[in-house]
Every structure is written in structure tokens, then in C-alpha cells.
Design a protein around this ligand. Sequence first.
Ligand code: SF4
Length: 366
Amino acid sequence: MKKESIYGLTFDQLAAWLMEQGQKKSRAQQVWDWLYRKRVADFSEMIDVNTECIQLLEQHFDIATLDEHLRQESADGTVKFLFRLQDGNLIETVLMRHKFGLSVCVTTQVGCNIGCSFCASGLLKKSRDLSGGEIVEQIMKVQLHLDQARQDEKVSHVVVMGIGEPFDNYANLSNFLRVIKDHKGLAIGPRHITVSTSGLADKIVEFADSDLHVNLAISLHAPNNDLRTRIMKINRAIPIEKLMEAIDYYLEKTNRRITLEYILLKDVNDRKEHALELVGLIGDQRRQLVNVNLIPYNPVDEHSQYQRSEQESVRAFYDALKKKGVSCSVRLEHGTDIDAACGQLRSKQIKKGANSDSDDNRVAVG
Ligand code: SF4
């Protein structure tokens, strides 16, 4: 029988479960410590936990459900992991090195149904949601990779921007966030965590009302409905007006800054007129709480209709926003010498029919 991943439980859920099994309340802290501070790979390594409790954990939970299938390491320190899930599906996780720390980008679904027309991940339709445990374990696997290098490095930031629409897997996303934020365990600060959505308006409202308090990024990619529907078919169901209503609710409720992601596609949405239309859409009221993140496009073979914007166009777009007082940044690129676009590594491996295990799956590039 397939067991649940232990990483899917929040601290309170673990404590409640242990008490139901007749264990002392204090046992939860002990187990949590072994999982997230000492980071054991097997329940039997929890040497000060009583045998009965270890057996209960072993009977009901798995501690490892992800297998590393492939690893690509870039010259800039970016590491892409391709993990195989227990059902054989493959998912991607990325470790990035920044000046401010180490950040991990996690996947929340196997495939994605949102179908953004530029995206390598969306080429493979969603086959299922990841469990909360499978999302947490991506962070644990990356942290163990760092632990093994013995450099005393810690994952400090998390971005939920990998394959999938996180708000389409909201309950598991919430559990994941509660686990990684828990100050008794991984203790990743809420301000160091960003969830990115394609713009599911009702979930943005639910997120605003929640006690999760992590950062929000929204994939906008176009300043008007015609263009956005061309780039992101979700815009047919949730047009910009509805999205903006949800954004306003979020800003009003939380008073937290949001990021609008804007992928720059050559001659599609990267002209100065688009920048000025975007300024108008953001408007004076929202300007103080909005940052636009411009993303130079990473071309994907299957979407040859899109090319990368010229550097001058990126500059001009950025300048146009800045001149109008809109806070703006250009995303730094990571792992350009490996399969840089989100989902590219996974889709290439699936096309290759990557179902056989290899003796040494590590690929060093650069
Ligand atoms: S960009 Fe994100 S939401 Fe859009 S298809 Fe790709 S994974 Fe899905």
C-alpha cells in the first residue's frame, strides 16, 4: 500500500496524529527536529525516539518519495534537478545562487493545464497535483544536496514558479507553505517566499484572506485583453478586469507589495506603446504597491513563433516604465548553459523516453 509522505504534515497535524496514536505531545517536537533540523533519511535514524513511535511512523508514512533522476549543474552555480515520483512521473526543481542567498524554485503539479502559449511546461498537460509532501520534499532534497557539500549552506528563499499553477492545487500549497515557514524547522521567512499565479482571481482573494502572508507574483504578460488572450488562454475565462479586481482586493486587504511578471516577446508585447499601456493599467492608485518584473524570454523549440526581445527593446521598455514612476526590474538569468526555460529539461527527457534508470545521472555543464 502506498504511504503518505511525512513531509505533507504540518507540525500541528503531526502532533495531533501522534497523540491519536497514544504518543506524548512532546514527541512531535522530537520528530520534527529529526526531520527538518537533523534531516535524517530514514525514521530509524531518530535515535532518541522510542521504538513504538518509530514503528508507527514507518507503518504509516514514507520519508523519501522522490528519486533524483538527473542533475544539471551550470557554470553560474544553478542546479536543475529532475526527480522521479513514485508513480514514475518526472518533475523539475531548480536551485539558484543569488547575492542575497540560495533560492529554490519548486513544481506543484505534474504538467499544467493553463496552456500559456510560450511555455515549455504547458506542453505537457496536467496529469495530477503534487501532494504537499512531494512539494516539501523538493526543498529537502535540495537542502540535503547542500548538506552533502558540507559548505554549511541553507536554502533561504523559495519561489513557487516551477511547473504547474499553484493556486490550482491550493490546499497542498497551503500545507507546503506552513511546513517550510515553521520556525521550529526549516524556518524560511515568509518574506523570502513567493508564490506565482497565472491569475486565478478567486484564489487570489482566498490567499489575501489567509494567514499565509507570503509574497505574491502574478503573470500578466500583456497590458490588454486581446494580447493577453493570445499569449495566455486563461485570459478568456478570467479577463484583465476581473484579475485587477482581485489584485485590488489583495492590495487593500494585505497592504503588501505584489509583483507583476511580464515576459518580453519580440515584436509581440515588447513595444514602447505596450509599456505605456501597462503604466495606464497599473494606474496611480496601485503604483506604490506594484513592482513589474521584466523577463527576457528563453526560446523553446516548440514555440518558434516567439523570439527573445532585443536588448534595446528591453531597455526601452524598462525606461518607459521607470520614467512614469513604476517600480521595475529585469530578471537576472540563471543556468543559461543548461535547459534554462522552465519545464525544458523535463519535456526533453520525456521526449527521449527517459524511463530507464541510469548509473550516473548527473550531468555537469559549463
Ligand atoms: S507559464 Fe506556468 S501557468 Fe503557464 S502553462 Fe507554464 S507552468 Fe502553466
